[in-house]
Design a protein around this ligand. Structure first.
Ligand code: HEC
Ligand code: HEC
Ligand code: HEC
Ligand code: HEC
Ligand code: HEC
Ligand code: HEC
Ligand code: HEC
Ligand code: HEC
Ligand code: HEC
Ligand code: HEC
Ligand code: HEC
Ligand code: HEC
Ligand code: HEC
Length: 435
């Protein structure tokens, strides 16, 4: 007979004969009265005290060999892959009252954790922010007290375990992009029991990210130009979701929307000047392609940078700058540096007068004009990102650009009007501007 059916038969027997023989019963009106007070007696205790107690003298008893004691009738648990140490050492009575009891399963106390804390550290499980099932004392909602097929006596594998109660955090069904660390379960960031931080996190919500992403955490702290939101308030969580997001890089929103959620007002930059990038993008229909694609990070490092305006590569910060290819690393990540290096214009530039490369003319000088003299990197009203005015100290210098079918003209505040024409094969119209 299997143990299960044995238990079943016995249970039925007990129910049929509630006052079953107490032939060997030692509980009389005078002796061992404590058992009588129990709400319910454990079947063998009701049946035969000598099942477990061996007589070794006149009213002298010793427990029968531990192995026989309980496993004789309750055996299932030992067959599982992971067995609780307390079971291996046969300490059933650490949790159960062998004779019967007032609580379910003859447990020694109503609250399960009371028994667990007899052997396990209470402090680490009762810190300020405590997981609800633990607050209820309910260790066995997650652990099997006896044995399990999963490590740590859990009711499921580490990867899926938490979904048993937090179904909404199982992102495998939707089309969210999931933070890859979640593949290893949730305990990389959450203590399953309790912690000193909200949501039982292993560190403060904003600070937890730097524990694994040391490089970014470090950059945020040491960058020459810091980006305020990375270190302020919710820190990383100002921009990122911790678990999953419909957008790349775990961002809360698409970059264009994310960034302007703060940059929709006048903000003072590290150079002390006020700017409002939102109105600039909103009011100017011609957008730089990476911006159109929602990639502010094509040019900016949102975590902080050693380059001015948290740019992700070098770019001169002033109106004039000596030309060196590496100074324009930012633009030349995506644009061919020949644009400013080659004196003779190539076919791929429209800014030429005959074969004269006008980018070279303006930029490639000891006191070269930086791209910002004519272009706005985000958005403009004119094609080719040509700006209407350019910041020159405190002055907004008009550019006065006009496009013609074969070229264009400008009448800027810095020199007399010039025109250029791509179709002119011979003599250039204007000379190199001396600076
Ligand atoms: C299923 C096995 C089992 C049966 C049946 C059983 N006992 Fe026990 N008994 C134990 C174990 C195990 C201990 C020691 C650990 C403990 O406290 O539970 C024990 C301890 C005792 C003790 C020591 C004091 C105490 O409470 O710790 C007494 C007295 C005792 N039993 C009396 C009885 C009597 C009387 C019966 C029959 C009515 C009986 N037992 C039936 C397992 C059993
Ligand atoms: C002779 C067989 C037998 C032995 C030995 C035995 N039990 Fe039991 N046990 C039963 C039966 C039958 C039941 C079901 C009826 C009842 O609750 O008393 C039961 C019920 C229980 C229950 C409650 C289960 C439930 O579903 O409510 C616990 C807990 C328990 N036993 C623990 C122990 C422990 C601990 C020992 C060893 C100290 C032990 N048993 C030894 C037969 C046994
Ligand atoms: C660490 C504490 C602990 C130890 C040690 C322990 N149990 Fe239990 N046992 C429990 C708890 C808690 C429950 C109730 C389970 C639940 O809440 O789901 C339980 C339930 C039971 C049940 C009834 C439900 C079931 O799983 O069949 C039996 C029978 C049982 N235990 C037998 C034993 C036996 C036999 C031993 C020793 C070999 C033992 N237990 C050791 C804590 C323990
Ligand atoms: C009689 C002492 C004792 C009691 C009571 C006890 N445990 Fe344990 N438990 C141990 C020992 C010993 C180990 C093995 C050493 C360790 O990992 O701390 C262990 C290990 C564990 C483990 C880790 C297993 C692993 O694979 O890492 C869990 C989970 C656990 N116990 C849960 C519980 C729960 C839940 C309770 C209460 C229902 C409980 N224990 C009560 C002694 C006990
Ligand atoms: C919400 C589910 C949950 C509850 C409730 C819970 N645990 Fe755990 N416990 C876990 C998980 C998950 C782990 C594994 C942690 C890991 O792998 O990093 C664990 C690990 C453990 C360990 C192994 C050592 C350690 O501390 O990591 C012990 C011992 C333990 N729990 C005991 C308990 C006790 C005692 C209680 C009740 C007071 C309890 N647990 C309640 C989920 C839970
Ligand atoms: C047995 C069910 C159960 C399991 C398993 C479980 N939780 Fe919970 N958890 C709850 C309950 C109940 C609450 C409180 C209600 C709520 O906020 O959803 C809670 C709350 C939380 C909270 C705090 C939510 C808040 O708003 O304060 C976090 C974080 C959490 N659980 C993480 C986890 C992690 C991580 C795991 C896996 C290690 C896990 N839970 C497994 C039941 C469970
Ligand atoms: C990379 C670290 C990390 C991992 C891994 C992680 N979390 Fe979180 N979790 C957080 C942070 C940070 C918060 C706080 C979010 C906030 O304040 O917006 C949080 C909040 C929560 C909350 C409460 C707020 C809410 O969103 O409902 C629950 C519940 C939760 N996590 C469950 C889980 C579960 C379940 C898993 C595993 C599937 C998991 N977490 C994995 C970092 C993590
Ligand atoms: C326990 C370690 C751990 C913690 C804590 C952690 N991460 Fe991660 N994170 C990883 C791993 C591992 C990867 C995947 C490998 C990689 O890209 O570095 C990853 C990847 C990422 C990615 C790239 C995702 C993509 O789609 O390219 C982002 C963004 C990210 N984490 C943000 C965060 C944020 C924000 C936090 C804090 C809420 C955080 N991480 C906390 C381990 C962690
Ligand atoms: C101001 C918004 C913002 C803040 C604050 C922020 N990030 Fe990011 N993060 C982004 C954007 C935008 C991207 C995507 C572009 C990129 O890869 O640089 C990103 C990408 C990442 C990536 C993936 C990078 C890669 O190379 O794939 C990680 C990891 C990351 N962030 C971690 C963090 C951590 C850690 C913090 C806090 C120290 C943080 N972020 C704070 C906006 C932010
Ligand atoms: C949570 C609000 C917030 C978000 C979101 C945010 N920023 Fe900022 N940003 C600021 C604040 C405040 C400043 C001005 C203070 C500072 O960093 O020096 C700033 C400054 C800047 C600067 C100028 C830095 C300087 O050196 O003057 C740039 C460039 C910038 N942000 C780009 C971005 C980009 C790109 C994004 C999106 C990936 C973004 N910001 C998202 C708040 C935000
Ligand atoms: C093609 C490169 C590029 C892209 C893409 C780009 N920026 Fe910029 N951004 C720059 C450059 C270059 C500057 C410095 C402008 C200057 O000083 O002339 C700048 C400056 C800024 C400033 C500071 C403005 C000021 O006047 O100080 C903010 C804020 C900013 N960018 C936000 C964004 C946001 C938000 C996005 C995405 C929607 C974005 N940028 C996309 C190149 C870019
Ligand atoms: C992340 C890549 C990237 C970076 C960095 C970048 N650009 Fe662009 N830029 C593009 C793309 C893509 C286009 C549109 C496709 C093309 O080249 O025809 C474009 C177009 C332009 C145009 C307009 C061309 C037209 O046909 O409308 C100008 C002007 C321009 N960029 C200037 C700059 C300047 C100045 C910088 C440095 C401050 C810069 N770009 C940095 C990718 C980039
Ligand atoms: C003196 C003004 C001026 C300066 C300085 C300038 N550009 Fe231009 N750029 C133009 C004009 C005008 C056009 C459009 C020509 C046309 O379409 O007729 C243009 C066009 C472009 C284009 C589109 C492709 C092409 O060549 O037609 C790119 C890319 C570009 N510029 C990048 C840059 C970069 C990068 C810098 C800084 C290294 C820069 N420009 C500096 C005036 C300037």
């Amino acid at each position: 007979m299997s143990n299960k059916s044995f238990l079943l038969v016995m249970t039925v027997l007990i129910m049929m004969f509630p006052f079953a023989s107490r032939a060997n019963n030692c509980t009389t009106s005078e002796c061992h009265t404590e058992f009588k007070q129990l709400k319910k007696l454990h079947f063998p205790a009701e049946d035969n005290c000598l099942r477990c107690h061996e007589k070794v003298g006149k009213h002298k008893f010793k427990l029968v060999e531990q192995r026989e004691l309980c496993f004789d009738c309750h055996d299932e648990n030992r067959k599982r892959k992971y067995v609780h140490e307390a079971l291996i050492s046969l300490e059933c009575s650490a949790c159960h009252n062998s004779h019967g009891g007032n609580f379910k399963f003859y447990l020694k106390s109503e609250r399960i954790d009371t028994m667990c804390f007899e052997c396990h550290d209470k402090d680490s499980m009762t810190r300020e922010f405590i997981h609800q099932p633990l607050a209820d004392g309910d260790c066995t909602s997650c652990h099997d007290a006896h044995a399990s097929d999963y490590p740590t006596l859990l009711s499921a594998g580490k990867e899926t375990f938490c979904f048993e109660c937090h179904e909404d955090k199982d992102y495998s069904k939707g089309n969210m992009k999931v933070h890859s660390i979640l593949e290893e379960g949730c305990t990389g960031c959450h203590n399953p029991h309790s912690s000193g931080y909200r949501y039982m996190l292993s560190a403060a919500p904003g600070g937890i990210c730097g524990d694994c992403h040391e490089d970014i955490g470090e950059k945020a702290k040491t960058a020459k130009y810091k980006h305020l939101p990375v270190e302020k308030d919710r820190k990383c969580l100002n921009c990122h979701e911790a678990h999953a997001s419909p957008v790349e890089s775990g961002l809360k929103k698409k970059q264009t929307e994310l960034c302007v959620q703060c940059h929709n007002k006048w903000i003072k930059g590290t150079d002390g000047k006020q700017f409002n990038i939102y109105t600039m993008i909103r009011d100017n229909p011609v957008k730089h392609q990476p911006l159109e694609a929602g990639e502010c990070h094509g040019c900016h490092d949102p975590h902080g940078s050693d380059f001015y305006k948290i740019l992700n590569a070098r770019f001169p910060s002033r109106f004039y700058s000596e030309f060196k290819v590496e100074n324009y690393e930012l633009c030349f990540q995506c644009h061919d540096s020949a644009l400013a290096v080659s004196e003779r214009a190539r076919k791929d530039t429209d800014f030429r007068d005959g074969t004269r490369n006008l980018h070279y003319v303006h930029v490639n000088l000891k006191k070269g004009r930086t791209c910002r003299a004519c272009h706005e990197p985000h958005a403009t009203k004119n094609r080719k990102l040509i700006r209407e005015t350019t910041p020159f100290g405190k002055w907004s210098l008009p550019v006065g650009f006009k496009k013609t079918p074969d070229g264009g003209s400008c009448s800027p505040g810095c020199h007399k009007p010039f025109t250029y024409n791509r179709e002119i094969k011979t003599k250039p119209v204007n000379k190199k501007i001396n600076q």
